[in-house]
Design a protein around this ligand. Structure first.
Ligand SMILES: O=C[C@H](O)COP(=O)(O)O
Length: 256
């Protein structure tokens, strides 16, 4: 059975001090509960090192929101996988729609970043998702399959089976408009079927697919109960202790 993974993407929010308070609240809520799901927090770069130290010996792991794919060099403003490894980061979000929209990240760059993440033993969370125009033009599935095909080029099956793919419809991010559980399941199922086509049914069965886009405490359980949804990439609600705790408990309940 695939393990649910709940990741909180804090985006460009908070300070080291406010982030520390959040992490202390999550970790003390989780205490020594015997969790069947994975929990990841993805603070801004400046708070990563503190997050790693605060989550040591807890059930929470730390992820970065982005990285460059080079190890080092003249890439002003970028952070390399080696730098993330050095401070104990273990996950990295790749190809978030905000990176694609505001910073021109392409599927080719996403592909390089996935390769680099695996090379450095970072767990990639790869985001895909359609715009409202694409949904309205009935292009959702073909667009997402195209994103995946280009992102996974030359990536071997033994890596793809370890991937976490986050399906995030752009129209549902930060808008309060959530895809219905049926809409989210339809796309996540089609992603799994497409992975089976590109690789094998066994690889498709292992890959974990999250839904992201206005996931909250009050809709998490329904979304996470869908058979092809293995977790959530949570933005706004991951900054609110009670909301994030409830989403974690929803994942825990559906894992039983
Ligand atoms: O990475 C997280 C997603 O962009 C979802 O953000 P949201 O939960 O604020 O809609």
């Amino acid at each position: 059975m695939r393990k649910q993974v709940i990741a909180g993407n804090w985006k460009m929010n908070g300070t080291i001090a406010s982030g520390s308070i959040l992490i202390e609240a999550f970790t003390s809520f989780l205490g020594d509960k015997d969790l069947d799901c994975e929990i990841v927090v993805c603070p801004p770069f400046t708070a990563l090192e503190r997050a790693v130290s605060l989550t040591k010996n807890t059930q929470v792991s730390v992820g970065a929101q982005n990285m460059d794919y080079h190890d080092a060099g003249a890439f002003t403003g970028e952070v390399s996988p080696l730098m993330l490894m050095e401070i104990g980061v273990s996950y990295v979000i790749i190809g978030h729609s905000e990176r694609r929209e505001y910073y021109g990240e392409t599927d080719a760059m996403v592909n390089e970043k996935i390769k680099s993440a695996f090379f450095h033993s970072l767990q990639p969370i790869v985001c895909v998702g359609e715009s409202l125009e694409q949904r309205e033009a009935n292009e959702t599935i073909s667009f997402i399959h195209g994103q995946l095909k280009r992102a996974l080029q030359d990536i071997p099956a033994d890596q793809v089976e370890k991937l976490i793919i986050a399906y995030e419809p752009i129209w549902a991010i930060g808008t309060g408009k959530t895809a219905t559980a049926d809409q989210a399941e339809e796309v996540c199922k089609s992603i799994r079927e497409y992975i089976a086509e590109l690789y094998t049914p066994n690889v498709a069965d292992l890959v974990r697919i999250q839904y992201g886009g206005s996931v909250k405490a009050n809709n998490a359980r329904e979304i996470l109960s869908e058979p092809n949804i293995d977790g959530a990439l949570v933005g706004g609600a991951s900054l609110i202790v009670d909301e994030f705790n409830e989403i974690i408990m929803a994942a825990q309940d559906v894992s039983k």
